[in-house]
Design a protein around this ligand. Structure first.
Ligand SMILES: Cc1cc2nc3c(=O)[nH]c(=O)nc-3n(C[C@H](O)[C@H](O)[C@H](O)COP(=O)(O)OP(=O)(O)OC[C@H]3O[C@@H](n4cnc5c(N)ncnc54)[C@H](O)[C@@H]3O)c2cc1C
Length: 288
């Protein structure tokens, strides 16, 4: 199939109509940072491209009393520059700040990061830890999908992601993030972990959600570590045990993979960074 046309999408409704008409033959392009490479390498050969980068309603960041909603066209830079993502949402700021280069952060969008489906998408683990849901639209209607199920309940070819929405953390919850970057000498994907942890006044963990990137086929919850950490007070021994718990569940998941020995070592420093950052943030906000 050769590329016949590029449409400038002016509204979500128009885009949904085009996706309904062309189905598998159409591809959306937002920031273009992933898809342009795929087009160049002929990994995909759509008949038409639909540019959604100028649709204003996809670029909004909205906040109400309980929720924050990011339009799918919001860029990493727009998240970094928004004061909403300081304080206890710092983990999302940090994940976006660590993406590629300034040029990539200026163009790359949160919707593209999710839709591209990479196991190493940096924006995804913090959003899974936050319990985010995505909203999609097609000619068949709207769907809301928990982000952690997105990789199983995949996007259909006639759907567009409109937004991603999550509940604001409580005052005692902190979102942390750590990533091990790609080294030039190693052809091993990036690893990342995000944690949303709530501590009570005695410093005991009363809520915990942990999500990883590049520790499996797709970003996922690390439920065994969550179960280990709940109702515990973080100290050096608990951090070590949490790391061992994660390594044990990776042994099962990544059995036989050549990357397993490297990843076992690498996760130890990134889970530790998450938990130590939590302790540090708590000391800084002693006012709780
Ligand atoms: C040099 C370089 C460095 C990078 N570094 C990082 C990094 O450190 N961390 C990281 O996570 N990523 C990184 N990336 C990958 C990329 O920048 C991100 O995944 C980015 O978020 C993709 O967003 P985009 O808007 O550019 O998507 P596009 O390239 O426009 O689209 C990507 C895919 O998503 C689909 N799509 C886009 N928007 C929607 C939507 N609203 N609804 C449905 N489908 C949609 C497109 O059809 C396409 O299949 C890097 C890329 C490059 C080239």
């Amino acid at each position: 199939m050769t590329l016949k046309e590029v449409y400038n999408g002016r509204s979500v409704e128009e885009v949904v109509g085009l996706l309904g008409e062309y189905g598998n033959g159409a591809k959306l392009i937002s920031g273009g940072t992933d898809i342009v490479i795929e087009l160049k390498n002929k990994k995909i050969t759509p008949k038409i491209l639909i540019d959604i980068s100028k649709i204003e309603e996809l670029k909004e960041i909205r906040e109400d009393e309980n929720y924050i909603t990011l339009g799918s066209g919001v860029t990493f830079t727009e998240i970094i520059e928004n004061p909403l993502f300081s304080g206890n949402l710092h983990g999302l700021y940090k994940a976006c700040r660590m993406v590629g280069s300034p040029q990539i952060r200026n163009k790359g969008t949160i919707g593209g990061n999710i839709a591209n489906g990479s196991s190493a998408a940096d924006g995804v683990p913090p959003l899974i830890a936050l319990g985010a849901t995505i909203k999609t639209l097609s000619i068949e209607g709207t769907r809301e999908i928990p982000l952690e199920d997105y990789y199983i309940d995949k996007l259909k070819s006639n759907e567009i992601i409109i937004e991603v929405k999550f509940k604001k953390p409580n005052n005692n919850q902190i979102l942390t993030f750590a990533k091990l970057g790609l080294r030039k000498a190693l052809a091993i994907s990036r690893l990342s972990i995000a944690s949303l942890i709530g501590l009570n006044e005695e410093g005991i963990i009363e809520s915990v959600t942990i999500a990883s990137g590049a520790l499996g086929k797709y970003p996922m919850r690390e439920e065994e570590v969550e179960e280990y950490l709940i109702n515990k007070k973080i100290d050096e021994k608990i951090i070590e045990e949490a790391i061992t718990t994660l390594q044990n569940s990776m042994d099962e998941r990544l059995k036989g993979r050549s990357t397993l020995p490297y990843k076992r070592v690498a996760v130890s420093s990134i889970l530790r960074e998450n938990l130590e950052e939590l302790i540090k943030s708590r000391i800084e906000v002693e006012a709780w």
